[in-house]
Design a protein around this ligand. Sequence first.
Ligand code: SF4
Ligand code: SF4
Ligand code: SF4
Length: 379
Amino acid sequence: MNLKEAVKKSKAYLCLECGKCTGICPISKFNRGYSPRILVNKTLRKNDTTLLKDKNIWNCLTCRLCDEQCPADIDYIELTQAIRIEAQRIGEEAFCSHGGAAQSLMRIMTSESLQQKRLDWIDKNLKVAGTGEVLYFVGCLPYFDALFTETGVETLRAARATVKILNHIGVTPVILHQERCCGHDLLWSGDLENFKKLAEQNINEIKKCGAKKIIFSCPEGYRTFKLDYPKYFDCDFEVQYITDVISEAISNKNVKFKDFNKTVTFQDPCRLGRHLGVYDTPREAITTIPKIQFIEMPRTRNRAICCGVSAWMNCSTFSKSIQLMRLKEAKKTGANLLILSCPKCEIHFNCAMKDEKAGKDAKIETIQLVTLVADAIEE
Ligand code: SF4
Ligand code: SF4
Ligand code: SF4
């Protein structure tokens, strides 16, 4: 899709220049040089050749908060994706955090001859299969734990918890030895060519193992398979997020929980919430656990604030300000546990809590929702 087509598809030509997007944008709040309204306007100016070289095109978190407010119903994040793809084509790039380590890893995974050893995390008590109807797409968790050790997080706990939950309800999921990154981050950083290579390899591997249904614990993988793969490839897998699986198990009385005596709050991941509309089943999973006290943050569901970094790009003091603002909001609810449902939220928030600017009012214990659920299951 070229820029002209993207303007048409996103309906950017309807922009009223009202500035509601800039008014609500968390990046614009801290970075006065960034305005989605100005970028839309710049895209519409036919003779403006500076757009693709404007560093601001890489600042957006693609969190969709502005899209929810736009009176003209403009799809700003789809426009942003198209602008970035065009910018990459002329050799422009985002500033990649961590020296581009994550992006390099994703590009290494595009190699068809790459042989990975990525299943060491599967404990002996977990049942998994090599072929079958239901597949658990683990995502990049085995790599995150190696790359981001300094944040102190262990994202693979969520993978173990997901398999434990599936086993408990009678599912032995397929896990692929040669699964690749879903390509989410490359797509949103404009590298369409390598995104397609990753997608194609995943689709081929999944077809080979016979899976018809794919379960995700990572919202980015879920979004990518549900909305982005079908744009480019023929793939008719059923996709499901783990909290929807848990919700079905609760309805069918396939799962019972022990008491959990803590006060908790919940961070809606933007891919899961605003991108895919999954708001209720995470809350159902939390509130079904006996004795848990659940308090919503003031900005919740479609008004939730993102974790401050997207696709490992442009992490900055503005990201830190967003993260600390959100952590303070979580802490202020009175909760002593912040429940997350995305590995990136876990990494970015825990990184922010290690920042020297993070005071006590921004420090709160975190747990992944699947880990909470798996630990609370009554055997
Ligand atoms: S909110 Fe929508 S209509 Fe208003 S300036 Fe932003 S993109 Fe344009
Ligand atoms: S998608 Fe989010 S970060 Fe990007 S312009 Fe909109 S509100 Fe700002
Ligand atoms: S917030 Fe995330 S992207 Fe930024 S330095 Fe920390 S781990 Fe890296």
